[in-house]
Design a protein around this ligand. Sequence first.
Ligand code: SF4
Length: 479
Amino acid sequence: MREPITNRGDIRNELFETVRCFCACESDCAESVVFTHIRSGKNIFFVSVGDKKYKYEYALCPYEDRLEYVRYDLYTCKSALYCALSEYFGRKMPWGSLTGIRPTRVAARLLERGVPHEDIAARLCSDYFVSRDKAELTARIISVQNRTVGDRMSVVSGGGQYPPNNLVNLYVHIPFCPTRCAYCSFVSEGIEKKTWLLSPYAEALCREIRRTKAIIAEQNKKIFSVYIGGGTPTVLPPELLRSVLEAAYCEDAEYTCEAGRPDTIDEEKLRVMYQSGVNRISVNPQTLHDKTLQAIGRAHSSACFFEAYNIAARFGFVKNVDLIAGLEGETEDDFASSLCGVLALSPENITVHTLCLKRGSRNALCETEQNSHTEKMVNYSAGALSSSGYEPYYLYRQKQMTANLENIGWCKPNFLCVNNVTVMEETLPVYACGAGAISKLTLSGGRILRFANAKDVILYLREFEERIAKKELFYTTNC
Ligand code: SF4
C-alpha cells in the first residue's frame, strides 16, 4: 500500500485513507496512485492508478464560508479519487467515499441545509456513493437520535434550544486492564505489575474530578451524562471503585460505568456501583466462544460472562453487551450463535463492533487478511437485531476496520445511551479526567478544541498540579 503522489500535499492523509479502503494489505495495491487537482473555471481531477487514467470534473465551490469551502474541497477530491479507485478495482465500498467523517454527521448537515428526512438516504447514495443499506441505516439512526436525545436534553437543561449550551458530559478514564486484548490499542496498561499504582491513581483522579465539577458549577453548566470508561474501571478494588464513582456522581445525569471484562466484576463491585448511583453498565463478552476468547487474550470464559451478567441484571442496571464481528478464526455461524446467546438475555443495548486492525495491536503486526465473512456477519446482526425489536441509535467508524464496515449501537426503544450519542456526534463538550483522557470543547461553526491529559500514569501523577492547572485554563478561556 502506497501513499498517493499528489499536488495536494495538504490533504495527503485524507487521500491516503481513501486508498487504504481499497488496499487492505500491501499485496492488494502495488500500483502507484497519482492524484492531480487543477482549478480552471471548475475543479478538474486527473487520477492515474497503475497504467489507467481517469478524469473527473466538479463545479467550483458554491459556498463563501471558509469552513464550507474546506468541506466542499475535500468532498470533491475524495469523490474523484474514490470513483477512480472504484473503477480500477471494480469494487464499491459500503460507505462509498466517506472516510474520516461520521456518516450521521453528513446526514445531519444535509438536514440542516433543508434536505427532507425522506431524501437523506438517496442523497448519501448519490453524493457519497454509500450503499443503499448503509444509507438507510444512517437515516434510521438520525431519526432515532432526533426523536429521543433532544427531549432528554431539554428536560435536563430546563428547556431551551437543542442542543442546549449549558450542558456538558463528564468522562473519567481508568487506564488499566487485567490483560491486554490482541486487537487493542487504547490507552490501557496491564494490571499485573501496576497494582501499586491503583491507589495513588484513584486518589489523584478523585481530586481532578472534584476540581472539574467545581469548574462546571462555576460556569453555570449542568452535567448531562457521566461515563466511567477505560481500560476497565472494574479492575479497581471495591473501596477505590467506590471513591471514584462517588466523586463522579451527579444527580439527574445518566451514569454509565464500563464493566467490560466479566472477570473483573463480582457481586460486591456491582453493589458498590449500584450504591454509588450508576444506572448503566457494559458487560462485554465480545464472543461466546471460549476458544476465540483465549486466542484474543481475554482471561475469561463465556460462563464467566453469563455469571457476571446475571448478577448485574439482579441490580436492575440498564445493560449493554458488546460483540465483535470478524474475530480471527470465527465463522459466520460462530458469530450468529454468539448473537443468539446474547439476544436470549434480552439486554437493553447491544453494540456490534467490527474488528479493527489498529496500529500497535498484535493482530496488526502480523498483517491479517480481511475477514471476508465480516460483512455477512454485520448484515446478519442488522437483520436479527431489527427483528428482535432493537433500533440502531449510534454509529461510528474507525480507520482500518475490517471490510471497511462500522460499529453500531442498538437499543430497545427508549433505552438509548445519551452519552454515546452526544459524544459520537460531538453535540456537547466533554470534560475529561484521568490519564490519557481528552477534553473537548465545541465552538460555534462546529470547530472542536481538544486538551489531552498525560497518557502515562506515572507522568500523570508526577505532573498532576501543573497539567491540571493548564486544563482548567483551557476550560475557562475557551468557554
Ligand atoms: S478490555 Fe478494552 S481497553 Fe482493555 S485491553 Fe481489552 S480492548 Fe483494550
